[in-house]
Structure formats: structure tokens, C-alpha cells
Write a protein that binds this ligand. Structure first.
Ligand SMILES: Cc1cc2nc3c(=O)[nH]c(=O)nc-3n(C[C@H](O)[C@H](O)[C@H](O)COP(=O)(O)OP(=O)(O)OC[C@H]3O[C@@H](n4cnc5c(N)ncnc54)[C@H](O)[C@@H]3O)c2cc1C
Length: 458
């Protein structure tokens, strides 16, 4: 079967775009999840267009061979790690920005387009695609399938709020278009939203229509040190109720701040006596149309921060502000280098962050496990690094931290996804009725179960 399938795939995409065995680089065996065991696919297939994707799926379907989609492999939950005996469908040849529609403020792109490529394409038009998960080499296809978020979600929402239409190839090889260049539609089930965040289980995304925004060039960064972690998270609702519309509202705990500033050699100019007493920081970025508007909003945010318990307020010089956000994006690599065994991205209602952080600290203490982090405080989304060398104890800690989030009305993952890494927790903790419904939906989209089996739903 192997040779027959290899030659059938070669006829569809061209022989040079079907790799097998040793010819497949190790990079395709993994993503960036910390706990998922890498393994290579039996075939790496690189299609050039939706028609080729459709034919590959027909062939795979007939042969009963699993197919996993891969964007850039920057995911944090093992969702694109291929199945043994399966095909990895890599979208690296499908990376055309098909259109920047300056009148409708929309972009039409192929799934392999990366965030940095899209940023380059929108800049000359003074437009931007504002969804910035921490890794700009991530692809739009991957962002759509994980419903990526990132630091600017507080202002612009997450991927699902910025995707207007999709072209999707179903497991049968049929091609559908959902949505389009429309900001509204009340026309039946919203299939666009169903596919977003589905981790490659429902279909292959071959084109995406995205909402663009005017690119605002004026911005300032405010740094607010707080005496406790609870104080910093408790201040978030108060800051937002001012009506200020921050671009970024991140909390960074003491250990994470120390680690990322040391890693990047960044000096934020915080005086030593404050540094010694601050246990957490809030980073507020304001953007706007004019420097004057930004200045006025930053002053108002600083004053409100002081009322809410900040020890001081520092407006960072522009370069230091940019460097701090870059350093914050490095938090994952810094935690990985320091030996973090797991990274968690629970989301709870914003106002529940203080009790949640208290629960997390109690769980850490009970299991003698260091749990530190930072996160998108404005979204109720915390990124926690768990340092516990014993995998069994670490598993108990992770489960307890995820469950504590769900008990407060939260969800296991805000933006990284479930993949294979968090699947066992998801299947145990999620409502079984919802899981059964998801499985029935999966069955309708993919009757033979060839799309990314072993991920999300088991
Ligand atoms: C340092 C670092 C920081 C990060 N910070 C954030 C953050 O702040 N917020 C955040 O949201 N994420 C963050 N991420 C996670 C990551 O960037 C996202 O998960 C990203 O959306 C994945 O894109 P990708 O192209 O790498 O997808 P992949 O990892 O290749 O795939 C992800 C999923 O999408 C599926 N898929 C890919 N392309 C298609 C397609 N065309 N059709 C169907 N399914 C497809 C895959 O099968 C898989 O299920 C971070 C990652 C790193 C390494």
C-alpha cells in the first residue's frame, strides 16, 4: 500500500512534494508543546492549492489513512504532531496574500501565510491585522484552527472575532466556502465559527478572509508595580471601568519579570526600593490616533492605577516599552530553559482572577511545586509555568489548577488549544454531554475519522 499511496500522492502534488522516511526533517515531528512525544509522519505532503488538498483527502479517505494539518508548528498543545502511519499535510507552499482590500478593510490569504508576512503586506496600506499571539512565524491556518489570541485580544478580540470567511476542504474532498467579505450574516448555521478552533478535526482550511484595522502609530507603555499578585489582578476591572481602551493589559509576576529582564538584559528604570517590594507588575499599552490623545489616556491610566494600589506609575521610553513587550513574548522560552515541565493557559472570568491566583498558589504549596507566570490579565487568561520534576505530581498539580479554573466558571485553554497535551484533562473534566455532541459533529464532517485522530476528542 505504501508505494501505491506514495505514487498516488506524487501524481497529485508532484513527486518532489511527497517526502517519506529519512527525507522528512525532525522539525515536522513536533510542535512547541513541552510534554508531547514527537513522531514523524509516514508521508509529508505539500499541496499547492485547494484542488490538490481535495484530491489528497479523497485518496487518504479511500485508504483510511489519517491526515494531520500543519501550519508553522508553533502550537503549544501538540495538535499538529502527526499520527504514525499518517500523512502530514504541510501548507508551506500555500502562502499567497491573495488580496488586501483597502476599501472593505479585509485581506484574503492562503493558510500558510505567516503573521509577519501579513504584517509586511498590510503596512504599506496603513492597515493591520491586530491579532498577535506571541509567535509571529505562526501561520494563519494554524491561528484559525487554534483560535489564537495574544496580547492585543483585550482590544481587538481573538482570531474568531477577526475571521469573516473560510474556504474549507472536507474529508470527502468536497470544497465549501463559508462567510465572505461580510461583516454580518444571518443565514443558517455559522460554519466559519464552528471550524475556528477545531484543531484540524473538521476540515482543511485553504483560504481565509480576515478583518483589517487602521494602523494606529502612536502608543505608550505604562508600568505599574504592585505590592502583591492579588492587588495587581484585582486592579484590572477598575482600570477597565474607566472606559480607557488599552491595547495591552498584561500582568507579570515577580519571578517572571526578573527572569525575562535578566534574559534580555532589559533595565526598565524602576528604582531599587520599589523593585524590592513589588511582587507583580501590570503593563498597560495605550494606542491612538494622535500623540496628545495617547498622552492624556496614559496619564488617566496612571492616576487610576495609583488609586487602585499601584506603588508608582512609570511611562516607559518608547524603546523600553517595545523591548518589554518583546521580553514578555520570550516568557515561554525563558520558562522552558529554566526547566518548566508544563505551561497552562487557563481562562476565568476577569473578576475571578484574584481568587483563582489564590487557589493556584495554594495548590502549588500543597504539592511543593513552583508555579509562576504572567498573562493576559485583561482577558482573565493566565499563563502558568509549572516547575515539578516528578511527572506524576506534576500531572496532579496541572489537573488541580485546570479544575480550579473550571470551578470558577473558566475553561482549560484560552488560546493554546487542547491538542494531545491537555486532552486527557479535557475528556475527564468537560461535560460529557458536550463531548458527545462534539463527537457527533466530528462524525458528520469526517465520517471515516481520518482528520487528526487522537487530538482533542481522543
Ligand atoms: C513563544 C510562543 C508564544 C506563544 N504565545 C501565544 C499567545 O500569546 N497566544 C496564542 O494564542 N498562542 C500563542 N502561541 C501558540 C501558537 O503560536 C499558536 O498556537 C498558533 O496559532 C499556531 O500556528 P501554527 O501555524 O504554528 O500552527 P500549527 O502548530 O502548525 O498547528 C496548529 C493546529 O492547527 C491545525 N492546522 C494548521 N493549519 C491548518 C489548516 N490549514 N487547516 C486545518 N487545520 C490546520 C493543526 O492541525 C493543529 O491542530 C505561542 C507559541 C510560541 C512558540
Amino acid at each position: 500500500m505504501t508505494e501505491t499511496l506514495t505514487s498516488a500522492l506524487g501524481e497529485i502534488v508532484g513527486r518532489e512534494h511527497v517526502l517519506a522516511g529519512e527525507a522528512i526533517s525532525e522539525d515536522y515531528a513536533r510542535d512547541e508543546a513541552l510534554t508531547v512525544t514527537p513522531h514523524k509522519p509516514d508521508w509529508l505532503v505539500r499541496p499547492a492549492d485547494a484542488g490538490q488538498v481535495a484530491r489528497v483527502l479523497q485518496v487518504a479517505s479511500a485508504a483510511g489513512v489519517p491526515v494531520t494539518a500543519r501550519g508553522s508548528g508553533t502550537g503549544l498543545c501538540g495538535a499538529c504532531v502527526p499520527r504514525r502511519g499518517g500523512i502530514l499535510l504541510a501548507f508551506e507552499r500555500m502562502k499567497r496574500v491573495k488580496e488586501i482590500d483597502v476599501h472593505n478593510h479585509m485581506a484574503v490569504v492562503e493558510p500558510g501565510v505567516t503573521l509577519s508576512q501579513l504584517d509586511d503586506a498590510t503596512r504599506p496600506h496603513a492597515l493591520t491585522y491586530p491579532i498577535l499571539p506571541g509567535e509571529s512565524s505562526g501561520s494563519i491556518g494554524g491561528n484559525v484552527n487554534t483560535n489564537a489570541g495574544g496580547m492585543q485580544a483585550i482590544k481587538y478580540g481573538v482570531t474568531r472575532h477577526n475571521v469573516l470567511g473560510l474556504e474549507v476542504v472536507l474529508a470527502t474532498g468536497e470544497i465549501i466556502r463559508t462567510g465572505g467579505k461580510l461583516v454580518k450574516s444571518s443565514t443558517g448555521f455559522d460554519l466559519t465559527q464552528l471550524v475556528i478552533g477545531s484543531e484540524g478535526l473538521l476540515g482543511m482550511v485553504t483560504e481565509v478572509t480576515l478583518k483589517l484595522r487602521p494602523r494606529l502609530v502612536h502608543r505608550q507603555t505604562l508600568l505599574l508595580p504592585f505590592p502583591t499578585l492579588e492587588a495587581v489582578t484585582a486592579a484590572v476591572p477598575g482600570l477597565l471601568s474607566t472606559g480607557l481602551d488599552p491595547l495591552v493589559l498584561e500582568y507579570i509576576d515577580l519571578m517572571t519579570m526578573a527572569a525575562i529582564t535578566q534574559h534580555t538584559g532589559l533595565d526598565l528604570g524602576v528604582p531599587q526600593p520599589i523593585k524590592e517590594r513589588a511582587l507583580a507588575y501590570l503593563v498597560v499599552v495605550i494606542e491612538g490616533r494622535t500623540a496628545e490623545h495617547v498622552q492624556a489616556d496614559v496619564e488617566a491610566a496612571g492616576a487610576r492605577g495609583l488609586e487602585l494600589g499601584a506603588m508608582d506609575a512609570y511611562v516607559l521610553p518608547p524603546q523600553a516599552g517595545t523591548d518589554l513587550l518583546r521580553a514578555r513574548e520570550q516568557a515561554f522560552w525563558v520558562a522552558k530553559k529554566a526547566g518548566a515541565g508544563d505551561i497552562i493557559d487557563v481562562v476565568v472570568p476577569r473578576a475571578a482572577i484574584p481568587p483563582y491566583m489564590m487557589a493556584v498558589s495554594r495548590i502549588g504549596q500543597e504539592h511543593q511545586t513552583l508555579v509562576v507566570g504572567c498573562g493576559h490579565a485583561g482577558d482573565g487568561n493566565v499563563h502558568l509555568s509549572v516547575f515539578q520534576p516528578d511527572p506524576k505530581i506534576r500531572g496532579r498539580v496541572v489537573r488541580a489548577i485546570l479544575k480550579a479554573g473550571m470551578d470558577l466558571g473558566g475553561a482549560i485553554s484560552a488560546e493554546h488549544g487542547i491538542g494531545s497535551e491537555k486532552m486527557a484533562y479535557f475528556l475527564e473534566l468537560e461535560d460529557p454531554v458536550k463531548l458527545a455532541l462534539m463527537r457527533r459533529i466530528k462524525q458528520v464532517f469526517d465520517p471515516k475519522g481520518i482528520l487528526n485522530p487522537g487530538v482533542l476528542l481522543g
